[in-house]
Design a protein around this ligand. Sequence first.
Ligand SMILES: *Cc1c(COP(=O)(O)O)cnc(C)c1O
Length: 427
Amino acid sequence: MSNYKIETKCVQGGYTPKNGEPRQIPIIQSTTFRYDTSEDMGKLFDLEASGYFYSRLQNPTCDTVAAKICEMEGGTAAMLTSSGQAANFYATFNIANCGDHVISSSTIYGGTFNLFAVTMKKMGIDFTFVSPDCTEEELEAAFRPNTKAVFGETIANPALTVLDIEKFAKAAHAHGVPLIIDNTFATPVNCRPFEWGADIVTHSTTKYMDGHGAAVGGCIVDSGKFDWMAHKEKFPGLCTPDDSYHGIVYAEKFGQGGAFITKATAQLMRDFGSTPAPQSAFLLNLGLESLHVRMARHCENAQAVAEFLEAHAKITWVNYAGLPSNKYYELAKKYMPNGTCGVVSFGVKGGRKAAEKFMKALRLAAIETHVADARTCCLHPASATHRQMNDEELIAAGVSGDLVRLSCGIENADDLIADLAQALETV
Ligand SMILES: *Cc1c(COP(=O)(O)O)cnc(C)c1O
């Protein structure tokens, strides 16, 4: 599959049935797998042979879908997780231990920010947050001797900033650490971070990849390009013996292309168990089969909506990287020449009250705490996810009272614009 274009990988990647086998991927709804001898099973437990024994660690349906995403991103190994949160936790915790430090872009998903700044901090891992627009010098200054990774989002949710992946990759590599990119909003259809120097990619598959609001899920993909053994002293978890597997050294036994995902599966999935259901992986695969078609339409609709809003007298500002007036227009062109995503944010003239009134009047766009769905949805963070905050706190969080986040679906753009136009008439 590796020579095929992204569209072909979306449809056919990860699974090639043999003569007489099911055309669609089989759902292996089984927690366990049968073996002839204890020796056979013992080899699996020692990681001496590959195979399935218990679905908390690995399941064939999940692995088939992970293999498709791996091909789409151009990686060497991948695993599914039960959520995007689990994917970002595993991706960082797989290399950062208590006493270590990670640098992250400050404009990241709120859930990830909480995971890093609160929960992982309690585990003894320190995070420094830098602006995605920081200079090379500012980025450089954030590194410490115990820094183990750099993290950012291709397009941040909900700030919609675009990350200069090459700038972040260069700094990470100069310090002998990998760059982890959450590629949820762009998807591999619009951006493949490995082509720009990223080492690990994560996804909340709950968003565009699923695309129908059907199943929560996540994914981690390894590019296989990071040489762990060359920075042995920084990554003891990958480069020194694992006592829980008779002293195997992941980076030696599974090589540069397999070590990261094998360790995350064998240790983190074994111990934390954030396993997706095979049924959810099947649903995710259905979404992936049309991802390339849907992304193009999401972007086309968002572009039309953003242009309509920008020209509207009752709109004070519009944030969408596809608009030439946007700060990230040039970066978006470089990293995502075919479009960014379907999410647009904007301010309604009259502030908080006007935004609430406007949202109430919408007919097609449903109010939901969700984005990246085939159906258009919207959220007024000041009265939902951020409602405990007063006006000053909102501004500090980068969420103004007038901000509306609109996730453009794949309906007809004229209908979406007509809905926005009639709702704006009420304010
Ligand atoms: C939603 C989201 C997550 C978290 O994913 P869940 O599947 O909800 O756990 C992580 N990163 C980004 C960019 C997201 O949009």
